[in-house]
Design a protein around this ligand. Sequence first.
Ligand SMILES: Nc1ncnc2c1ncn2[C@@H]1O[C@H](COP(=O)(O)OP(=O)(O)OP(=O)(O)O)[C@@H](O)[C@H]1O
Ligand SMILES: [Mg+2]
Length: 292
Amino acid sequence: MSDVSDVSDVSDVSDVSDVTPADRPAAVDFRGVTKIYGRSTPREYTAIKDVSFTIADLPDHGEISSFLGPSGCGKSTVLRLVAGLEPQHPPTSGTVTVLGREVVGPGADRGMVFQDYTSFDNRTVLDNVAFGLECRGVSRRQREAEGREWIERVGLDPVRDATKYPHELSGGMRQRVAIARTLILRPRIILMDEPFGALDPATRLDMQDLLVKLWREVQATVLFVTHSVEEAVYLGDRVFVMATTPGRIAGDIRMPAAAAPARETQLEPWFHEQVQQLHEQIEKIESAAHHR
Ligand SMILES: Nc1ncnc2c1ncn2[C@@H]1O[C@H](COP(=O)(O)OP(=O)(O)OP(=O)(O)O)[C@@H](O)[C@H]1O
Ligand SMILES: [Mg+2]
């Protein structure tokens, strides 16, 4: 991976050679992807340059890749390119492929959860969660049954909370609604852009546990953007460390799978070691970037 080579002296980038079974296309594949905003204008800015990585589509498994890096390094740009959302999509050069097909726009195979709670204010929790099914023409009876199931799965009360409106919910509850709304559609690929960034630390740990539990159930491939090293280590099977100016992948590291709840994992020595190592690596990447 060419992006890794220029900082290989500062990190023990483990070899994450791809384990995609030969007969399955990768879940997500970036080949030499560059995104220049405001091209040929005075505001021209290269957000990411020559980014290449492959995330395997693991049968009956799926995995979480965390994207970690300083503000402005292009994390949201990468995620939105996968989602096929403008103006990030299309890339200026290079190719973004999802499940073997070049991305041409948004699609039902991908679901996105944003940092800000993106629910409809004038719809109840149940109608928000069932919205995507409604768009697909699923009958009211069936979508309400499935909606209630998902409300329960994300830890809300399928009776009491179902009739509430978003303004009657806490931040954590709203984010549970956003997750249910996305997962009810069973996307193969879930894109999460700092979904827990606005939550208090305790709620955040609860949400991390919830995600690990749901992820085991739905077996989707998750791309998870975060500023938190702890979150990246806990949730990630793999952590991509990004560097800035221009945005690029500077490290690609395998992590042990989350086996215990976040609060317990955070007490384990290996967890501290991984977090410490990643902090050191990020510092080196950042100081290398300042001296370029
Ligand atoms: N629509 C846009 N037009 C012009 N420049 C943009 C646009 N979107 C992002 N950028 C620039 O591209 C760079 C990468 O932005 P991006 O949002 O991908 O960063 P990020 O890593 O998600 O940052 P943060 O952690 O703050 O969310 C930034 O310098 C940003 O100013
Ligand atoms: Mg961002």
